[in-house]
Structures are given as structure tokens and as C-alpha cells.
Design a protein around this ligand. Structure first.
Ligand code: NAD
Ligand code: SER
Length: 316
């Protein structure tokens, strides 16, 4: 039987992922963790919650050993926009945290899931239909940590046979937890503001295309990758992974079909705009489709309908 640990579990992905994994493996077999408690968070009130700061290897090892963990989903991280404000902190958490998790996994023989990102790409990368294997020279500290992370994961697999797997997540849109300080966060905030205020001021400019995905697809894909036959995984730590690509005006037009009064305006943040401009418009995820059967269920229209349905009830 699997016993799962999720680091950074109180964030945007962890909140949905832990609930999904508890449905699959049972509430008592999935340990949520973060560096501090969040008052009122569903995962601090229900099921097993442990305090782990991933910069502290002892705190990881103690929980892994006490709960006899077999699989670690390592989500603790700093995202792109916050990282540009404090590159030293990002490096400490993203790189030392990953190293500590991989070392515990090596010693305790755990499988590991490590998210990468479309942020591994940068200037020089082909922007359209970005290939799986291509130039990766990111210009953000977040992207640098993600490229280094992919390489470190490959190394632990080849050198120590740690069963570590990973996906290059695109911008993720969800309604359970708010995003944690990335460049794609606008695509979540726009729905909240559409419902609450019928208008949204966007920090990215018109025509900024980025790959995106609805959270139920991201969770399903993450689970599929961890179940996949290892013999078929040629790109085990770095799969291009996407569902749709859109610019702010596309999501606004889709929202307007359901909330006709909705208006978008633009107030550009130069830092996040520069990050977005350095990322691809659309990536080619055919390796994920071929090697482990990836296929998204949600397009922009289906996601928008579901987001507005769910958030209209939640924000009542
Ligand atoms: P998030 O910021 O919402 O959550 C990360 C969590 O990690 C936070 O709750 C934070 O408190 C916690 N954390 C930070 N430092 C920690 C530490 N030292 N020890 C323990 N916990 C710590 O991030 P997310 O969106 O859930 O992202 C999870 C992973 O997916 C990250 O690796 C991120 O880079 C990657 N990713 C996310 C997206 C996205 O759109 N959400 C896209 C691409 C990749
Ligand atoms: N959503 C993430 C960010 O904007 C992409 O990795 O940082």
C-alpha cells in the first residue's frame, strides 16, 4: 500500500492534489505538510498534517520515517514573480529543498514527483509549438532553478535509481486555493474579480499568449504520470504538458459570454510582463501524449463555465 507525503501542501496545487490523493489512497495514507499551519485551511483541519520546512532535511526524514512514506509529491517552492523579488530565498527553498527531498528519497527508497515549469524556457527558445527537447536558457531565477531541478532529478534517477518523475506545468487555473505569486496568476484572479466586481485590471498586456491548464486536468495528468510504466518514460523529469494557450483578451471574451457586463482593463506590471514575454506562446506536449497517454479534458470554454459555476457559489 502506498503512503504519500505532499510538501508545500497548502498552496494552489497541493490543496487540490491532497484531496484527490486521499480519495485514491484513503485519508490515513496521505500526509499533508507545510512549513507553517494556515488557520482554517481544509488540510489543517482534516486528515494528517505535519510541519516540514524543506530546507531542514531532519524535518523531512523524521516524517518520512515515522509515517513509512513510499511516495513524495514535492510541491514546496517559490514561484516566478515572488522569486524575482528575492532570488536568494528562491534558490535556498527551490534548490536546497529539492536536494534535501531527493536525499531522503534516496535513503528511504521513496518515489518522488517534482514539478517543473514552462519557465525552463527563455530567450532563444522557439516560442511557438516549443519542442520537448530544445534550447533552455531562462532569464528568471525561477526558470534557472527549474532547469537545474530537472537535471538534478535526472541525476538521482541515473546515479541512485530514485524513481523521480516530473512535468513542466503551464499556468494553472483553479478555484480551491489562490495562486502563490506567479506570472500566470492573472488567469485565476480574473474569475474572482469578474464575479465580485464585473471588471478586472490585468497586469499582462493584450496579446500575451501563455500555455495554461485547468487544475482537474493537471491533477489527473500528475497522477497518470506517477502510474505510468517506467520503461516507457524517455523524458521522465521534464515532460512538456499543456491543455490550451490564450491571451488575456481571450479569457475576457469567454467570461463575457457568461457575464456580459464584464470589462477588462490593462495596467501592465513590467516585471511580470518581461517574465511572460520570455516564455513560449504554445508548447508541444506530444512526448507526454505518446509516452503515458496524456490528453486534457478542458478547453477555455469548458474551464470558464466550470470556474464561474463553482466560484459563483463559493463567493455568494
Ligand atoms: P504555491 O506557492 O501555491 O504553494 C507552495 C507552497 O509551498 C506554499 O504553501 C508555501 O507556503 C510552501 N513553502 C514555501 N517554502 C516552503 C518551505 N521552505 N518548506 C515547506 N513549504 C514551503 O505553489 P503551487 O502553485 O502549488 O506550486 C507547486 C509546484 O508547482 C512548484 O514547484 C511550482 O513551481 C510548480 N508550478 C506551479 C504552477 C502553477 O501555475 N501553480 C505552474 C508551473 C509549476
Ligand atoms: N504559474 C507559474 C508562475 O507563473 C509558472 O511556473 O510562476
Amino acid at each position: 500500500m502506498k503512503k504519500v507525503l505532499v510538501t508545500g501542501a497548502l498552496g494552489q496545487i497541493g490543496t487540490d492534489l491532497v484531496l484527490f490523493l486521499r480519495d485514491v489512497y484513503g485519508e490515513g495514507n496521505v500526509v499533508a505538510s507545510s512549513r507553517s499551519r494556515k488557520e482554517g485551511h481544509i488540510l489543517c483541519e482534516n486528515g494528517i498534517f505535519e510541519l516540514i520546512d524543506v530546507r531542514d532535511p531532519k524535518s523531512i526524514d523524521e516524517v518520512v520515517s515515522r509515517h513509512k512514506i513510499t511516495d513524495i509529491y514535492h510541491l514546496a517552492s517559490i514561484l516566478s514573480a515572488v522569486g524575482e523579488g528575492n532570488p536568494q530565498m528562491l534558490w535556498d527553498i527551490n534548490m536546497n529543498g529539492l536536494y534535501n527531498v531527493l536525499e531522503v528519497a534516496r535513503a528511504r527508497k521513496c518515489a518522488v514527483m517534482v514539478p517543473s515549469s514552462i519557465a525552463v524556457f527563455g530567450p532563444g527558445t522557439p516560442l511557438d509549438n516549443t519542442p520537448q527537447d530544445t534550447i533552455m536558457r531562462p532569464s528568471t531565477i525561477y526558470g534557472v532553478s527549474k532547469v537545474a531541478g530537472e537535471l538534478l532529478c535526472d541525476y538521482y534517477y541515473k546515479k541512485y535509481n530514485v524513481d523521480v518523475r516530473g512535468l513542466r506545468y503551464p499556468g494553472l487555473i483553479s478555484n480551491a486555493a489562490l495562486p502563490g505569486g506567479g506570472t500566470t496568476d492573472y488567469a485565476v484572479h480574473i474569475y474572482y474579480d469578474a464575479i465580485k466586481h464585473k471588471k478586472y485590471s490585468c497586469f499582462l498586456q493584450e496579446g500575451t499568449y501563455i500555455d495554461m491548464m485547468y487544475m482537474p486536468d493537471a491533477i489527473e495528468g500528475t497522477y497518470m504520470l506517477m502510474q505510468a510504466d517506467p520503461a516507457k518514460l524517455k523524458h521522465r523529469n521534464a515532460f512538456n504538458f499543456c491543455a490550451m494557450s490564450f491571451a488575456p483578451e481571450d479569457i475576457a471574451a469567454e467570461i463575457k459570454k457568461i457575464i456580459p457586463e464584464f470589462e477588462i482593463t490593462y495596467d501592465i506590471d513590467p516585471i511580470r510582463q518581461a517574465i511572460a514575454d520570455s516564455w513560449p506562446n504554445t508548447i508541444d506536449d506530444s512526448a507526454a501524449r505518446e509516452e503515458w497517454g496524456w490528453k486534457p479534458k478542458y478547453d477555455l470554454a469548458a474551464m470558464t463555465k466550470d470556474m464561474i459555476d463553482v466560484l459563483s457559489k463559493k463567493l455568494k
